[in-house]
Design a protein around this ligand. Structure first.
Ligand SMILES: [Zn+2]
Ligand SMILES: [Zn+2]
Length: 305
């Protein structure tokens, strides 16, 4: 269950990581303004009369996410507002030099350019990011993608929240998000519930994947790799630090992907799952050193590659 205010959840989670792992305070300082801002923009959009896309059950059961193929101009005003408010925090978190900042600010101020990036992200048109970066003389390529994704997040996250119950878990069993089609960044085992008899058998919680872009959580098979569907025994493995077993990575030896995972049954306060990843970088480093690929690349799990 998501708390009413995602900003509050972000604040609490940042504080917990800061106290628990002082070594991460530098990275927390670098990214916390952005996380807090994204959460407050999302909270504001949830309260607004945001236009919502239609949820078509038949499409979902065919594996087509709600936002796939949608015209993003429906939310132009929201994307423009979010980009305007987020740009300084985005540029800081990317540690951009002045020249690149100016170039990007000028480019993004045109709603058509901004919308082009958002549309390219939802359409999976990666070439657009490559070409636009080249055209603007910006490197590396991921800067534009990172900015576009962060602009998408508050809007898509509000849409996911407002769609709520219309997104039934029953008709979606894919490893990508039913709302925006993105891959997960982390999974979690849900807090204890005593109603679901078939899942009390192993004493475990239900497994959910958490979308790297819109933050939607959807139910997924507990014994399978989200990336390749591999459910053979012995070909997936968990790694964790000895005294913190509930925070771990699940690696798939078949496709070489790993996914962070938190068992919420062991958490006193359920963390905000995007922020929680900042406190799990030691697991990313372990996976990286052992040649596993992250479920979704982020600035911090690919910092040294
Ligand atoms: Zn999503
Ligand atoms: Zn796999």
């Amino acid at each position: 269950m998501k708390p009413a205010s995602s900003q509050k959840a972000v604040e609490t989670t940042l504080e917990i990581i800061r106290k628990r792992i002082p070594a991460y305070s530098e990275i927390i300082d670098r990214f916390s303004p952005l996380f807090l801002l994204k959460a407050s923009l999302r909270d504001a959009l949830v309260k607004k009369e945001l236009k919502l896309p239609e949820v078509v059950a038949v499409k979902l059961s065919d594996g087509v996410p709600v936002l796939a193929g949608k015209d993003m101009s429906m939310w132009t005003a929201e994307f423009v507002e979010v980009a305007d408010k987020m740009f300084p925090a985005l540029a800081d978190s990317l540690e951009l030099d002045e020249e690149t900042r100016d170039l990007l600010r000028e480019y993004l101020i045109d709603p058509d350019n901004l919308l082009g990036l958002v549309q390219a992200r939802i359409d999976g048109n990666w070439k657009h990011f490559e070409n636009t970066s080249k055209q603007l003389g910006i490197s590396p390529d991921h800067v534009l993608l990172y900015i576009s994704e962060n602009v998408c997040t508050p809007v898509f996250s509000a849409i996911a929240e407002l769609l709520g119950k219309s997104l039934s878990d029953d008709i979606w069993d894919n490893g990508n998000c039913p709302v925006c089609g993105s891959s997960p960044s982390i999974s979690h085992l849900s807090s204890i519930e005593v109603t679901d008899l078939d899942h009390l058998v192993g004493g475990g919680g239900k497994k959910y994947l958490h979308c790297s872009l819109c933050g939607h959580d959807w139910r997924f098979k507990r014994n399978a790799c989200f990336a390749c569907g591999n459910d053979e025994n012995g070909s997936r493995e968990f790694f964790y630090v000895d005294d913190v077993k509930h925070e771990r990575i699940e690696v798939c030896h078949k496709c070489g992907t790993y996914c962070l995972s938190i068992d919420l049954r062991e958490c006193e306060v359920p963390p905000q799952l995007d922020v929680a990843q900042l406190g799990l970088i030691h697991l990313d480093i372990y996976a990286h050193n052992n040649k596993f690929r992250p479920a979704t690349p982020t600035l911090w799990n690919t910092l040294d590659s």
